[in-house]
Write a new protein. Structure first.
Length: 302
């Protein structure tokens, strides 16, 4: 599959050709869409709310060889489909990932996630540390305190109802205008059009279910459990994303082998605002983790 990305002046700034296998694996209540590209040590990438696995392609294109990228659309997003009434939760997504890794013959994988995907990555690292070689999160936290959690749950429910009442396009317009994503505008109209198209590729039902089942308001805090996450960990935040810089520092202090990386001139969506800088950071994390980890398993079947 060929992908082209253009800068704000409309010129092509990156051209890449990868052999990408677009595949669906079926579970009891899910048709999980994902793609696989590259050869080498497995790295699983988890996207954020309103995104899909496609959001990682620019980073993958900037990475050195030697890695096999496993990139799913999480429940409620992209082309992944779930049965009516099926859970859209951290636990359900964890089971989806284990199913996917088993299907691909992966025993252990490096794991990276952004925002919602970062919270899921923390959930996986706490509950299935046996499947993880290393952990990296971007703009993530390990849960809210009780009072803040209830307020966030009510806010997530109100937002889910807003999506259902106003429709997808109105919600995408609202979501794209949030200050949290202002840094994306600096990449120009061509790029923001790509971001909008990806968000519009979701569904009302999927996004509403994700808010209700995977939002920060329903996430049980993991802070006290992080001491059990012994793999190498890197916690990333953009310099301008002040709340998540503080979260990254707290995360690093909560694990035995953690470090913080603050990316200059970036906000919440570090991997999309400054993909080349993020790719260098990710490559350094993976190289360092490889030196201290063993037992990596490449994909043996697909």
């Amino acid at each position: 599959m060929r992908g082209e990305l253009v800068d704000e002046r409309g010129r092509e700034c990156l051209r890449y050709i990868h052999t990408i296998r677009l595949v669906i694996v079926e579970g009891a209540d899910v048709r999980l869409n994902y793609f696989v590209t590259g050869e080498g040590t497995p790295v699983t990438l988890l996207h954020g709310f309103t995104q899909s696995g496609r959001s990682w392609r620019e980073v993958i294109a900037a990475m050195p060889p030697g890695y096999q990228w496993v990139v799913p659309d999480l429940r409620g997003h992209g082309q992944t489909k779930i049965e009516p009434g099926a859970p859209c939760s951290m636990d359900a997504c964890l089971l989806d990932l284990v199913m996917l890794w088993d299907h691909l013959g992966i025993e252990r994988t490096h794991l990276a996630g952004y925002s919602m995907g970062g919270r899921l990555a923390l959930h996986v690292a706490v509950h299935r540390p046996d499947r993880i070689l290393s952990l990296l999160t971007v703009g993530a936290h390990a849960g809210l305190e009780a009072e803040a959690r209830e307020g966030r749950r009510l806010g997530d429910e109100a937002l889910a109802k807003r999506i259902e009442q106003d429709g997808l396009e109105a919600f995408v317009n609202y979501w794209s205008s949030l200050p949290l994503f202002a840094g994306l505008e600096r990449r120009g109209p061509s790029f923001t059009a790509q971001i909008r198209a990806e968000r519009m590729g979701n569904t009302v039902a999927g996004l509403a279910a994700s808010l209700r089942g995977m939002g920060a308001g329903v996430m049980e805090p993991l802070w006290s459990d992080l001491v059990r996450v012994e793999v190498p960990c890197t916690f990333v935040a953009g310099q301008l994303d002040h709340g998540y810089v503080a979260s990254a520092r707290r995360l690093a202090a909560s694990v035995p082998n953690g470090r913080v990386e603050v990316v200059l001139r970036a906000g919440h969506t570090v991997h999309q605002e400054r993909p080349d800088a993020f790719a260098r950071l990710l490559a350094g994390h993976l190289a360092a983790a490889t030196e201290t980890s063993s037992g990596a398993s490449s994909i043996t079947s697909a």
